[in-house]
Write a protein that binds this ligand. Sequence first.
Ligand code: NAD
Length: 276
Amino acid sequence: NLQSTTTLNNGVEMPWLGLGVFQVEEGQVLVDAVKVAIKHGYRSIDTAAIYGNEAGVGQGIREAIEETGVPREDLFVTSKVWNSELGYDSTIAAYEESVSKLGLDYLDLYLIHWPVAGKYKEAWRALETLYKDGRVKAIGVSNFQIHHLEDLMKVAEIKPMINQVESHPRLSQKELKLFCEEYNIQVEAWAPLMQGQLFNNEALQEIANKYEKSVAQVILRWHLQNGVITIPKSTKAHRIVENADVFNFELTDEDMKHIESLNKNHRVGPDPDNFD
Ligand code: NAD
């Protein structure tokens, strides 16, 4: 179910599915989306300093806790340090600012948002400090390619628990997934639905019809069966509910392969090697 979790390499439990809030501005729509999600069983919320919406996410969380009685410890809140703050002191300060905007006293997961060359190792040292201090339950990276992970692990004392990367049927990230599996780094997909660009895909529609599910549900199920965490974004209550209803059916091996065959190594976001 929606509260089922995977165990990260440090023993922390992280939900398989969460709510993404990229491009959702501060305001009632955001607060309500977070509350609707938690009321319908979501336990994980993914935000970032650069999204500019941590205050609203925090408000939604606080109101949901008050109205549902779900304890803070059952929630899993992720934020990310932005590129401009990647340094030892600046990353620690950025963490404290995120926590303060969210109105929380700890985060469950803190990520380096992008692998800015020459900067991510110092930032990682800061994440290690935050983790060792018990200020954050798990630490990880985002948009790291294999070479970035190899480079980081040469100096890291603690290896990342998560690598959050763009992934969907047009960018299946097969090689990176195998690498992360080998090192016990959990892969988490952003833009799991390719930001809405796959809903007219005929092959996916056909598969969806067969299971009497939506294309969104089939894609999210494909991620799950690949052992990938997803954080689909929506502010519409019916879609938030729909995206969570993916734990009661199973794609056949044949359909899994069919979806994998749609891969074109096509990105909707920036190339991590050329983005800072
Ligand atoms: P997504 O793949 O989750 O797609 C979101 C889009 O699909 C929205 O336009 C939404 O309205 C639509 N949608 C969602 N569910 C639907 C449904 N059931 N039916 C029809 N349409 C539906 O894209 P995303 O928001 O870019 O990615 C998800 C989350 O990943 C973000 O919100 C954010 O939290 C995170 N993210 C991280 C990074 C990073 O660099 N680490 C980058 C982008 C996003």
